[in-house]
Design a binder for this molecule. Structure first.
Ligand code: NDP
Length: 278
């Protein structure tokens, strides 16, 4: 049976094994998928040992996405643009690296019927998650993709990595002069129950608000957006499942359906007291 792993630290909270087993059942394939708690010191060795043991591929989550990238013989354009790898494919003695986070976000938005093309989009954050979604978002041809980050210099540096006239950076103070069709929170503010300093002017009755964080309840950011009268609020559970579906496709050449796993995990999340991410 083909073997797969997800590396992370911490990793106990990972839903990836459950998601991939659901994909395997749905596509009538047999795979073995486990969690691996790694360390910065042991990560490279852990991956090489898994390859020697016959591993076919792996997912990589924090804090190993950059280390994983450095190990790859080949990288996809979206992995290069993201500067990080969340999917490894082991084949013919080579390690191929991809990043499926951005396409996971875009596919989740598409499945939730959120339009990106010709829309004015605000992306909050300038960390790894924000960087990973910029190229896939630009590929959807928004009229504007505007970056905002608490530390503005990081957003300016990030925007320089992408050669696009549709990409610009503003400060949080400037958000009072804009209204957006879509606002994506790629900050980790919700994990500490903090709110980004977004102006209420940014949200209208036409605005869709997305938080990459997910949990049992709506995040503080999505609750605040609801209070401002946003049209729709969406959390990051669908992004998690869609990025996994893209990894599964890279490994198994078959695209699983995300709706049933999303409903299953949503029900589990609603019933359980805990919070988490990939
Ligand atoms: P990083 O640590 O790389 O970046 C964190 C970002 O959040 C920075 O831009 C930082 O700003 C900003 N930030 C942190 N606290 C605050 C605050 N109180 N107010 C405003 N901005 C703040 O994290 P990642 O980019 O890797 O991850 C971001 C989030 O996305 C995480 O919550 C993660 O769980 C989630 N995620 C979800 C995925 C999914 O599949 N659903 C996939 C990947 C990530 P500054 O630069 O000023 O410090």
């Amino acid at each position: 049976m083909d073997k797969f792993l997800v590396y992370g630290n911490p990793i106990a909270q990972s839903k990836s094994p459950a998601i991939h087993q659901m994909f395997a059942t749905q596509t009538e394939q047999a795979i073995h998928y486990e969690k691996c708690l790694s360390t910065k010191e042991s990560f490279v060795n852990d991956v090489n040992e898994f390859i020697l043991a016959g591993g076919k591929g792996a997912n990589v989550t924090a804090p190993f996405k950059e280390q994983a990238m450095a190990m790859c013989d080949q990288l996809t354009e979206r992995a290069k643009a993201a500067g990080a790898v969340n999917t490894l494919v082991f084949s013919a003695g080579q390690i191929k690296g991809d990043n499926t986070d951005g396409i996971g976000l875009v596919n989740d938005l598409i499945s939730q019927k959120v339009e990106i093309s010709n829309k004015k989009v605000l992306l909050m954050g300038a960390g790894g998650a924000a960087r990973g979604v910029i190229l896939p978002l630009l590929a959807q041809n928004p009229s504007q993709l505007i970056l905002v980050n608490r530390t503005m210099a990081k957003a300016v540096t990030l925007a320089k990595c992408f050669d696009s006239p549709n990409l610009q950076v503003i400060s949080f103070a400037d958000t009072e002069n804009h209204a957006f069709d879509l606002i994506i929170n790629a900050t980790s503010a919700s994990l500490s129950a903090a709110l980004p300093a977004l102006s209420t002017n940014a949200i209208t009755a036409k605005t869709v608000c997305y938080d990459m964080v997910y949990g049992k309840q709506l995040s503080p950011f999505l609750l605040w957006c609801q209070q401002q009268g946003a049209k729709q609020v969406i959390d990051g559970l669908g992004m998690l499942i869609n990025q996994a579906a893209e990894s599964y496709f890279l490994w198994r050449k078959v695209k699983p359906d995300c709706e049933t796993p999303l409903n299953t995990l949503r029900a589990e999340l609603t019933a359980a007291p805990s919070k988490g991410k990939s």
